[in-house]
Design a protein around this ligand. Sequence first.
Ligand code: IMP
Ligand code: MG
Length: 187
Amino acid sequence: MRIADVKEDIDHELVSREQIDAKIHEMAALVSEDYRDKDPLVVAVLKGAVNTLVAFTEALSIPVQIDFMSLSSYGSGTESSGTVTVRQDLSADVRGRHILIVEDIIDSGRTLAWLVEELKRRGAASVEVFALLNKPSRREVDVDVKYPGYEIPDEFVVGFGLDYDERYRNLESIAVLKPSVYQGEQA
Ligand code: IMP
Ligand code: MG
């Protein structure tokens, strides 16, 4: 789906598909170097990170294993509830593994900080993070992102996996939603 297909709901495009692909390829080259002999386990956080995961792992030049975790911190609004719950857990045992978490966006940082600690608690040998988008002005919890993507302003974005109330995930690029779409939400 393209912006033109939902133009009445979109304010403007923020990151084009070309910019997304360029950043993902840049990060994949770094990761391929850093993890060449480490047999990494790439952990994607469902559902928002799925598009990033596919593009990113295809761009790697090393073999990796992939696993998924579904976490909830948002409900249906645009503000983090601050509480992380596991909806679906990994199938892999992370003990002794080098883990690379793939995230769509880091906002407050609460989801990621929780996940990094959880994977370390389970005995991972190392835990690093690739996040396609980052809203530094919204950070509440300090998290170390080894592979940062694009810094974006404090605006609610959708597309390339990111949703508002489960919609717009299949938009091919990343765009700012018109506030009128989520006006009146119970955040
Ligand atoms: P955090 O715990 O506040 O860092 O929230 C991270 C999660 O919130 C991301 O994985 C997204 O699912 C969601 N999120 C944060 N900002 C946005 C946004 O602008 N659009 C869509 N989802 C977002
Ligand atoms: Mg998410």
